[in-house]
Ligand binder design. Structure first.
Ligand code: G1P
Length: 264
């Protein structure tokens, strides 16, 4: 059973400025909960016991949200329903640890910042830009990991014009989606397929070795996709075509659609 998860939260949210200037997009509501709590629900439901949040100093509001607030609890002590939701936050905060990424040096670098906390052979990586509703994608990845004893990423077929927005995989065959190549945001011309990586990864901790070898790639950032592409030359790697509904919370238009999906 996979017990540890990393959630990168240090990004500046520039695509959604000025709305993200003060309130991190991960704290925006989706239904009754924030985007981040929806991600946490998926983690805990999949059996995760230890979550590592990678934040930056600008994202101190996230830390504050999960911190016990005794005076607030006192004020609402006669409103049991509201109190219950605050107490729930206290409970889950015991499972959350914070680590800082000082500079925005990319997703791969954010994952490296959490290395010292990872104890088990495999861990989950969840990107809060991507919500998968209806079916627990982390559980689906775990199943494949158990069967194949290898790393797994969530994948989804996207339109040709969308391949330059995602990490894209090349596959050996359509039966079990064994991956033989990965590339970050290729052009349509050079893309090995239309299967895009969606933000759920179940990784062997050997990824850290490959991340350390990684020179800054596209946009001067350390890309996890480049490190995974090195890794799959040494070990098996599979894609998981998940069954849940994918909601893109990485753009304002996507967020509005997702919000509607949670509130209809
Ligand atoms: C990141 C990854 C990319 C992946 C995407 C999924 O990109 O680098 O490989 O396909 O998440 O949402 P970003 O959206 O941070 O640019």
């Amino acid at each position: 059973m996979i017990k540890q998860a990393i959630i990168p939260l240090a990004g500046l949210g520039t695509r959604m400025l000025p709305l993200t200037k003060v309130l991190p997009k991960e704290m925006w509501p989706l239904g009754y909960k924030s985007i981040l709590e929806n991600i946490l629900d998926e983690c805990f439901d999949a059996g995760i016991e230890d979550v590592i949040f990678v934040i930056s100093k600008n994202k101190h509001l996230i830390k504050q949200y999960f911190k016990k607030n005794k005076s607030l609890e006192n004020i609402i002590k006669n409103k049991p329903d509201i109190l219950k939701s605050l107490k729930y936050l206290n409970k889950i905060s015991n499972k959350i640890r914070f680590v800082y990424q000082d500079k925005p040096r990319g997703l791969g670098h954010a994952v490296l910042c959490a290395e010292r906390f990872i104890e088990s052979k495999y861990f989950l990586l969840l990107l809060p830009d991507d919500i998968i509703k209806g079916k627990n994608c982390s559980k689906e990845l775990s199943k494949i990991n158990k069967k194949k004893n290898s790393s797994v990423v969530a994948i989804r077929k996207v339109k040709k014009k969308e391949v330059n927005r995602y990490g894209i995989i090349g596959i050996e065959n359509n039966n079990d989606f064994k991956i033989n190549y990965m590339v970050e945001k290729p052009s349509i011309k050079t893309s090995p397929s239309q299967y895009a990586i969606i933000g759920r990864y179940l990784l062997n901790k050997s990824i850290f070795k490959f991340l350390k070898k990684q020179k800054s790639g596209r946009l001067g950032e350390i890309q996890i996709t480049d490190a995974m592409n090195l890794m799959l030359k040494d070990e098996n790697f599979y894609g998981c075509r998940f069954r849940g509904k994918y909601l893109d919370c990485g753009t304002i238009e996507g967020y509005i659609k997702s919000f509607k999906e949670f509130n209809n």
